[in-house]
Design a protein around this ligand. Sequence first.
Ligand code: AMP
Ligand code: MG
Length: 481
Amino acid sequence: MTSFGFNFDNSYLSLPDALYSRLDPAPVPDPRLIILNDDLAEELGLDFSHSTEMEKSALFSGKSLPKGAQPLAQAYAGHQFGHFTILGDGRAHLWGEHMTPHGTRCDIQFKGSGRTPYSRGGDGRAALGPMLREYLMAEAMHALGIPTTRSLAVATTGDTVMRDKPLPGAVLTRIAASHIRVGTFEFATLEGRDAMTRVLMNYTITRHDPDITDADNLAIAFLKRVMGRQADLITHWMRVGFIHGVMNTDNMTISGETIDYGPCAFMDVYNPGTVFSSIDHAGRYAYANQPVIAGWNIARLAETLIPLIDDDVQVAVQKAEGTVNDFPELYQKKWLSMMGRKLGFKKLHKGDDQLISSLLDWMQKTHADYTNTFRDLTMGVMPSQDSEFRVWYEQWQDRLKLHGQTIDHARAIMQQNNPAVIPRNHNVEMALAAANAGDMQPFHNLMNALKTPYAYGDESLATYQSPPQSGERVYQTFCGT
Ligand code: AMP
Ligand code: MG
C-alpha cells in the first residue's frame, strides 16, 4: 500500500503504560468511503489522488492502517455532569501523531472503531448520522475561525449498529493538536500518582506550550495557558451562539480546541438559557452557563496540579485558587471586547457594556434571531422597527460617531465577527436525513455554504440563512451515539 504521505512520530507511546492501551481497530466487513476532506488532506501533506476508492475505504475504516500507525486507546477520567467517573476511549483509536510538512504535530484518531478496554457497557461503535454530524460541525467551526478538532473522513463499515433502530455503522477520522483532556490529568492523579501527573504535564507542555519551560512555577504557568485558551474558546462559542451540550471535563481539551460534537447545536432565537441536549435536564450546559462551567472544569484541572505547584499543600492550594479565581474576569474582558467587535467597535469605551447588554435584553425579550440580528446590523438593515430597538439603534450610531468611527469602518469589523451563515439545526437535520437515505448531495451543499461563513456578498448562502419555520424547529438534540 502507498504511504499517502503519512509521517508518524508517536510520542504518546513514551508516556507511562497506564495512560493508554495499544490495540487495533475492530475488523470491518464492507468498508465504504462516504466523504474525504481534500482541503484538509492537502494541508496535512497527504495525497490520495493516486489511490483507488477501495484503498481509501480500507484506510478510513481501519481495515488497513498506514505504515507507522501504532493504534492506541487513551485512558482518561472525567466529571460528567459534575460526577467523577473513570472513562477512556471506549470507541476511539488514536493512529498516532502525524508530522505535517510544516512541522506541525497532530493526532489522527478514529471514532467508532470498535471496543477497547475502556468501553464499559458500550459497543465501541458509532452510527453514520452522528459521525457526519461531527464531521460537519467541526468543519463549520473551523471555517468560523474557532479552534476545533478537524474532520478528515467518514467511512461506513458495513456493520449495523443497534440504537433505537438498526443503523449503518461508521468511522470518523479526526485530527487534533492532541486529545489530551482535563480528564487525562484527572486520570493521571488517581491514587496519588504525582509522578505520573508530572510526566503528563511535562509532556503536554512540550506539545502545547514549549515556550514556558523556564517559568518560575511551571504548573501555574501551564494552568494559566490552559485558562487563556479556554477563555478564548468560550468567547468564540458565545460569539457565534454555539452550545456544546456536554462540557464534561473529559470533553475539554488542554489545547483549547473544541472536541466531541455530540448533542451540540447553534442557537437560533437569542435566549441565554438555551439547552438542546436531551440529557441536560438541569441546564448545566446552557448557552450562558458555558463560561461558568469552563471555570469549574479549570478548577478540576488545577486540583490535579496541586502536588506540582508547591511541596507545601497549603501554599499550593492558595496559588491554585489565586490563579483559577482570575478566570471569570479574564473571560469577561474577552467577552466584552468580542461583543464590542460584533457591534463594530475598534476599542471599548465607557458605557459600551450597557449598550451591549441592552441590545441583548431586547433580543431576548423579542425572541430575535441571534445570528440574523447581528447580520442585519452588519449589512445596515434594520432588524426591527420596534420603538425600543430604534432608540437603541440611535444610541449605537451616536456611540460610533462619538468615537470617530465611520459606519464603513464599523461594518468592516462586524463582517469579520458576525457570521452570515451558521449550521442551523433544521438544515443540519435535513442534510443528515438525506445522507441516511443514501443521498449525500444536500450534505455537500450545506458543507459548501458553511466553508465561507463571512462571505456577505454570496447569494448562494441564502438558503441556509433563514431561521427555522415553526414546523422545522429542532428543540432537542441527542448524544452522538
Ligand atoms: P462522550 O459523552 O461522547 O464524550 O462519551 C463519554 C464516554 O463514553 C467516553 O469514554 C466514550 O469513549 C464513551 N462512549 C460513548 N459511546 C460509546 C460506545 N458506543 N461504546 C463505547 N464507549 C462509548
Ligand atoms: Mg467525549
